[in-house]
Design a protein around this ligand. Sequence first.
Ligand SMILES: [Zn+2]
Length: 343
Amino acid sequence: MQFRIWKFAVAIVAATCFLSVTAQLSPSETPAPTESMSIGGATINVEIEPGDLGLSRTRVFAWVRRSACAVTEYYAGFPVRKVDVKIVPIDEGKGVLFGRTILVDQTLVIRVGLSRFATESSLLDDWVMTHEMVHLALPSVPNEHHWIEEGIATYVEPIARAQVGDLSPETVWRELVDGLPKGLPAPGDQGLDNTHTWGRTYWGGALFCLMADIEIHQRTNNRYGLQDALQGIVRAGGNMEHDWPLTRALKAGDDATGVSVLMELYDQMKATPVTPDLAALWHQLGIRPSGDSVVFDQNAPLASVVRSIMAKRSDPGSACVQVGAHPGSTADSMGVLEIEDAF
Ligand SMILES: [Zn+2]
């Protein structure tokens, strides 16, 4: 760590004062690499904290930008006006090591741990940065509903990345086929609000999202989906700067689609174990597991729902232009609020 900082300091001295070999610049004065990005109507201030990384800062900033563009595409604009993204170099492990999104004194901060051994392909494959940014697009809800926060992030992240071409549709659905069984209720389950296991929190929440998405599409003849409901919550001022009761957020989502799917599904799943027949669901959707991927059967009864869920909404090339205004500019949460992902 010290060696890297010293090298950087030497480079600055050499560039700015070629002949002055006595010039002093202590490591503590070395500025952290930062970049301020304007994406989807938001200002995203990215800082790479001190430490060793094998990747160039250009590649790290490009990774943050890709993630922000995926979230901007899904939500038709970045869900908050401003967020600080801090990259934390870690001297061990591989790839992206942790993600954490916090609101501290009215400032949203995403901290993501990145191994010094991370490669370009670690960043291209990464889901954590997008997942953390999706957390920004929902108000903070009481602890018993943490499953909705993780469920939305788990479900939306791959779809958002697929909509901007960063992930294949086959990968999105293969991950759902593999992951959703982990979200099914086990014996003794008392519904999503009362069963706080890892599986029910991340994948149980994602199961709620998929069931809601399909139902909204069916009831509206594919005019609307969960994407519209979640955009509606942000438009109503619901983002992570604010504390809301869960039902207020669900109602705002339902208002955006004109069907009360979110509230109805919540009433069904909050205190009762609901076990959908996933094999039958994949069959209806035309998702056929094949090797380590899936094949889409376009003749399946609900094949059009899958196409509609995956469809890119924006005009070609417009995903990262500055769009939209974001209501709810003042945070009403005081102190520290934190969503930490364990994986
Ligand atoms: Zn999370």
